[in-house]
Design a protein around this ligand. Structure first.
Ligand code: HEC
Length: 287
């Protein structure tokens, strides 16, 4: 009996321990499996304890009933499991109800049924605590959300790599002002040192005029940014920026056309009307 009480206490305490661990360690998906197996192990242990408890109760009953035990000892495990009684005991079990020669016997509930019955109650309690009280495991709706979030991350990762398909032949000008704002950030970080705060030109040429050394089309600018002009001090950016970032930078450079910053560097290269779609983002440069 002590054993049983102890195991019941252990069982009810285990979800509490899990909950504490979960809170402390902020457990991730991988730990759910381990917890599940631990819970299954606990359930099995509880079943075994229930089983042996029922067995000893039966023995006790037999003793009280004055059973010699000799017949009991002959029962096979199978008969025990089904709580089968030998025919010789039939008259002891007769309840005195008889209809048309059919007599009612006071057969006890088979052990397997009890194990199932109490096992399900225990499982229910474990389930309740796991899913609804301590929220150790996610409910179906939450699991769905988690999977969708994971899929979204995968999708974004895929889109990032598929952005690698952009090159100087396929590049298209970005005209989305919000995206070009991102381009301005990269410009300030990486290009400003040589091209000036407003791209008016310093070591590198003025990028706001209509004069281009290496061509003023989106494709040509993309290529200049990608390959650089190492001999003249223009960095090759292909190992630093991702293709979609280089596309953004080429688009940003084109968006600066005609912004006329103060103190422009003298024109370099040939005058050519670039194929830029004029975008009104003066704010980007004047800020
Ligand atoms: C270390 C200095 C330096 C940095 C940093 C730099 N550039 Fe340049 N850039 C130059 C120089 C120098 C040239 C001129 C190359 C030449 O004379 O052929 C140039 C040329 C260019 C051209 C071609 C201009 C033309 O007239 O054809 C573009 C476009 C350009 N840079 C964009 C960028 C962008 C975008 C960045 C930032 C991602 C950047 N550059 C960063 C030095 C730099």
């Amino acid at each position: 009996m002590k054993k049983i009480i102890l195991s019941i206490i252990a069982l009810s305490a285990s979800p509490v321990l899990f909950a504490q661990n979960a809170a402390e360690a902020n457990i991730g998906e991988g730990y759910y499996d381990i917890i599940l197996w631990i819970l299954i192990a606990i359930a099995v242990i509880v079943l075994i304890i229930t089983f042996s408890l029922l067995n000893s109760i039966n023995e006790l009953k037999n003793k009280i009933a004055g059973d010699s035990g000799s017949e009991h000892a002959k029962l096979s495990l199978w008969e025990k499991l089904l709580s089968l009684k030998p025919l010789t005991m039939e008259k002891d079990m007769d309840m005195g109800h008889e209809y048309d020669g059919i007599r009612e016997l006071n057969n006890s509930v088979p052990i397997w049924f009890n194990v199932l019955f109490y096992g399900l109650i225990v499982t229910g309690i474990v389930y309740l605590f796991t899913y609804h009280v301590f929220n150790i495991m996610p409910l179906q709706a939450q699991e769905y959300k988690n999977e969708m979030a994971a899929a979204q991350i995968q999708k974004e990762a895929y889109l990032k790599t598929s952005g690698n398909a952009i090159d100087e032949n396929t590049v298209k000008q970005i005209t989305d002002v919000a995206k070009l704002e991102g381009g301005k950030k990269i410009f300030v970080e990486r290009c400003q040192v040589c091209h000036g705060e407003h791209a008016e030109g310093k070591v590198g040429p003025n990028l706001t005029d209509e004069f281009w050394i290496h061509g003023g089309t989106i494709n040509a600018i993309f290529k200049t940014i990608k390959e650089g002009v190492p001999a003249k001090g223009m960095v090759s950016w292909k190992n630093v920026l991702k293709p979609d970032e280089m596309q953004l930078m080429a688009s940003y450079v084109l968006s600066l056309q005609g912004t006329k910053p103060a103190n422009p560097k003298d024109p370099q290269g040939d005058k050519m009307v670039s194929d830029t779609t004029k975008i009104q983002i003066d704010s980007l440069v004047k800020k």
